[in-house]
Design a protein. Structure first.
Length: 270
């Protein structure tokens, strides 16, 4: 008798624990589902979506083009239900990489989220087209003063007196360096000295490791592209030009060869 009552009590306790277990599982599932549903509604709420992209710092790149790429970036969802347009989850680094890959003229992009207005500021810095690099087939590209080539020049674009470099590279030059920053500074010094003396310089062709040809308004100038001080080379070349002109004002220079340290050679047109 006693054992029968004990078994019945144990059975009731076991059933109660089983019900409590299932109830606990149900509550956990319900709470999790409610949290997920609430989270989905929250992340999709209109007040958390990007309203507009503001562009600052653009000069040559159209602001609307940047906005279009940015808007395409935030279209759709990630992880199935989180809108890419959610300003909290907007991945600034990925957006930056997307813009830099789409617009080769871009040098730097800063992205600032404005949570109160739901605007995103795209603060950009464009590369400066200081020089031009031209291939053998005649295609030309913009190049920075450090020698970084970044954008093909379209037929209708005006070069506006930029010095064109040639040589050294094969294949597509986009995102390649024509030379090192130190060498480019050396070339710039050479160019600046000539320009300050009102000698027009149109192009520099690096033909080989020991010969570069500068096309100028007073004739060709041969110099060593690996020369350590091209500023001095340019100054000495100007002294020679003045000396030639002083002897014969109407003399026309075919070329000046300044590759051999302090020894200069030249040839005049007959």
């Amino acid at each position: 008798m006693h054992n029968t009552r004990y078994k019945r009590a144990s059975t009731r306790i076991a059933k109660r624990k089983k019900i409590q277990k299932y109830l606990g599982i149900f509550l956990i599932i319900s709470a999790t589902a409610a949290f997920l549903v609430g989270f989905v509604f929250l992340v999709r709420a209109d007040f958390l979506q990007v309203k507009n992209f503001e562009v600052s710092g653009s000069k040559m790149i159209e602001a609307d083009s940047l906005k279009n790429v940015a808007n395409n970036f935030i279209s759709g969802n990630k992880l199935l239900f989180i809108p890419k347009s959610n300003i909290i989850f907007l991945n600034k680094e990925k957006l930056k990489k997307t813009l830099l890959s789409q617009f080769t003229r871009l040098e730097k992009v800063e992205i600032n989220k404005k949570f109160f207005s739901k605007d995103v500021e795209l603060k950009i810095t464009e590369r400066s087209p200081d020089f031009v690099w031209c291939a053998k087939d005649g295609e030309c590209f913009f190049m920075t003063k450090t020698g970084f080539i970044f954008e093909k020049i379209l037929d209708e674009q005006v070069l506006s007196g930029l010095v064109a470099f040639e040589g050294l590279l094969d294949g597509s030059p986009i995102f390649k360096n024509f030379s090192t920053p130190d060498k480019m500074q050396n070339y710039s010094n050479f160019i600046d000295v000539l320009k300050r003396s009102e000698v027009e310089i149109y192009s520099i062709n690096i033909e080989s490791s020991d010969k570069a040809i500068a096309k100028t308004g007073v004739g060709d100038i041969f110099f060593s592209p690996v020369g350590k001080d091209l500023l001095l080379t340019a100054e000495n070349t100007l002294l020679l030009i003045n000396e030639i002109k002083n002897k014969n004002a109407s003399a026309k220079i075919n070329y000046i060869d300044a590759r051999f340290d302090n020894k200069f050679y030249y040839k005049l047109y007959p």
